[in-house]
Design a protein around this ligand. Structure first.
Ligand code: SF4
Ligand code: MG
Length: 326
């Protein structure tokens, strides 16, 4: 049975000054109904541009190849109008900054109602407003009947993100992609928003993709995690497996730099330096200039993908049995 959403060997390239370079270099992943996939990587790793490109939202200058399938339909190359319809109904997205996505002069209820009516022509204004109040209560906003009549500025940052989530699920999507949904929020509110999201995926049987630079927010919330570095997935595993036995040095660095984990465990090392700029990828393993375990082979030979069941890692010295990519 085909997963709800799957990406196979997705590549996104740009041409600049007559030279072409890849921002996404062959990503493969999948997510099912009721499942939470975390995608973690530093800013500029290609995790956002990869997922946006899979949904037809790549920058105009980008070339996308490979496959992105949603419920059996190929999205790469699908006409823009069809993609737009899918994105407004079956696939929903939320981003870091809810304020920039909300209309400041419209009540939140009216905005949610408008989203509902845009995709359901027969629904009355009254019914859409009632549904908007239900949706606010679904995302645990107190006093929804009063709150639907308020404007975005009357909500705190965390409450605004809940409004965005309510709007995103207004048309009962199958897949929700959340790109840095908690990055602008303080730690306590972050945890609440993650709870709201993961609770919704159970209640609505959503496939949920959480894109973040912070591996810490995925602990206890994701089912599986894909770690992205320089446009490639360097490790993918079930969340507990990933935290308990990270096989890739980059993942170990990310775990070591989670603040409260670093206090509890011995700090192994921090990841020094910055990811290579696009178009200036080093040869061999792209992580080698920053890798504390790099050997001579890493400088000239790209690592194989090692697998152990659902756990994969692309490193010459990954602590997994060697095998081919799943
Ligand atoms: Fe480090 Fe080499 Fe593994 Fe790359 S292949 S992560 S440089 S040890
Ligand atoms: Mg991003």
């Amino acid at each position: 049975q085909e997963p709800l959403f799957s990406v196979q060997d997705l590549r996104v390239s740009f041409t600049r000054d007559g030279r072409s370079f890849e921002a996404v270099r062959g990503i493969s992943l999948h997510v099912d109904h009721g499942e939470v996939l975390g995608i973690v990587g530093e800013s500029g790793s290609g995790k956002s541009v990869g997922m946006l490109s899979a949904l037809g939202l790549q920058p105009k200058t980008a070339t996308v190849t490979g496959s992105a399938r949603f419920k059996g339909r190929e999205l790469v190359g699908m006409p823009r109008s069809q993609l737009r319809t899918l994105r407004g109904s079956r696939i929903a997205m939320i981003f870091q900054d809810p304020l920039s996505s909300l209309n400041p002069v419209m009540t939140v209820g009216a905005q949610i109602a408008e989203t509902i009516r845009l995709h359901n022509a027969g629904v009355s204004k009254k019914a859409a407003m009632d549904r908007a109040a239900e949706l606010l209560s679904l995302v645990a906003i107190p006093q929804p009947d009063r709150r639907i009549h308020q404007f975005p500025h009357e909500f705190s940052g965390g409450m605004r993100q809940r409004v965005m989530i309510a709007m995103a699920v207004a048309n009962d999507p199958d897949l929700l992609i959340a790109d840095e949904p908690t990055t602008a929020l303080d730690v306590t509110v972050q945890a609440q928003i993650m709870d709201v999201l993961t609770d919704l995926r159970k209640r609505l049987n959503l496939g949920l993709i959480l894109i973040t630079h912070d591996l810490g927010v995925l602990a206890g919330h994701a089912d599986r995690v894909a770690v992205v570095y320089s446009g490639e997935i360097v490790e993918q595993a079930g969340v507990d497996d990933l935290f308990e036995r990270p096989a890739h040095p980059y993942t170990r660095g990310l775990i070591a730099s989670i603040p409260n984990m670093a206090e509890e465990k011995e700090r192994l090392f921090s990841i020094d330096g910055a990811p290579p700029p696009l178009g200036k990828l080093p040869g061999g393993c792209a992580f080698h200039p920053r890798c504390p375990q790099a050997q001579e082979i890493c400088r000239h030979t790209a690592p194989p993908v090692r697998t152990d069941g659902a756990h994969t890692a692309a490193c010459h010295f990954a602590t997994l049995p060697i095998g081919s990519a799943a």
